[in-house]
Design a protein around this ligand. Structure first.
Ligand code: MG
Length: 253
């Protein structure tokens, strides 16, 4: 068994970021030697201290599937981020100037754009793989911008207010299969998420756990012969604990 988990609103409480209610299930997984792999939009710099506090080691999927880091090793640097920035600067200046990425904003600008406090904004700005930013222009200008980037090999995903650029295509789901191969994980693959942007990850699992999120209407994930879907009754880390403990009971751990 291997467990992939979204963080915000799933393993971490939506507003307090507390994970304590999930600790009984986390410790049971660890005692059974079952890997827990965070899969998040956060950067390595944001995830590493959190993993340390939870007591997690091993791989994590960061920047929404942009890349995989190994535990506390934030020294790892990928060339992907630099490639994205380089391609942006190849655009005609009038087009380029419409996009303001985290790399253009500075820490103050990131704090302002995200609402994060300064110290958290600094960590969110330590990009390795992908570049989130804001596009200021008409829908036609946006579509020209995306076409121009596409011809340079850069993909874009819209999530909330931000447009996130990446070198080539990427997703949490394809990084899941990479991690499974790398650490030779045994099925079943368990995945937990709370929001529609977790759907691909849940669909790549054998046991998809939809953690209740009072702010969303839930996630529409279909049951198949290879996939069970479990909806938790409680939100965040309470729901996480409830569902994982039930799975561990069922599998006899
Ligand atoms: Mg979430």
């Amino acid at each position: 068994m291997i467990v992939f988990s979204d963080l915000d609103g799933t393993l971490l409480d939506h507003s307090s970021y507390d994970f304590a209610p999930a600790l009984p299930a986390i410790r049971r997984l660890q005692d059974a030697g079952i890997p827990i792999v965070p899969a998040t939009s956060k950067t390595a710099a944001e995830v590493a201290p959190l993993m340390k506090r939870i007591g997690l080691e091993g791989p994590a999927i960061v920047e929404n599937g942009g890349g995989v880091i190994n535990g506390s090793d934030t020294a790892y640097r990928s060339g992907d981020y630099l490639i994205v920035r380089e391609r942006l600067d190849q655009l005609p200046p009038a087009m380029r100037d419409r996009f303001k990425g985290f790399g253009d904003m500075g820490v103050d600008g990131i704090a302002k754009a995200t609402g994060l406090p300064l110290d958290a904004a600094k960590l969110a700005g330590e990009r390795q793989f992908t570049e989130p930013g804001l596009f200021d222009g008409t829908p036609d200008e946006l579509s020209d911008f995306l076409d121009a980037l596409h011809s340079l090999g850069i993909s874009a995903k819209k999530g909330g207010r931000f447009l996130t650029l990446a070198n080539g295509r990427h997703s949490k789901a394809d990084k899941m299969s990479m991690v499974c191969k790398e650490i030779d994980a045994e099925p079943p693959i368990v995945a937990l998420g709370d929001a529609p942007n977790d759907r691909a990850m849940l669909e790549a699992a054998n046991i998809a756990i939809v953690v209740r999120n009072p702010d969303h209407g839930g996630i529409d994930v279909a049951e198949t012969a290879q996939r069970r879907v479990i909806q938790t009754t409680q939100p965040g880390p309470m729901g996480w604990n409830e569902a994982i403990q039930a799975i561990l009971d069922e599998y006899g751990y």
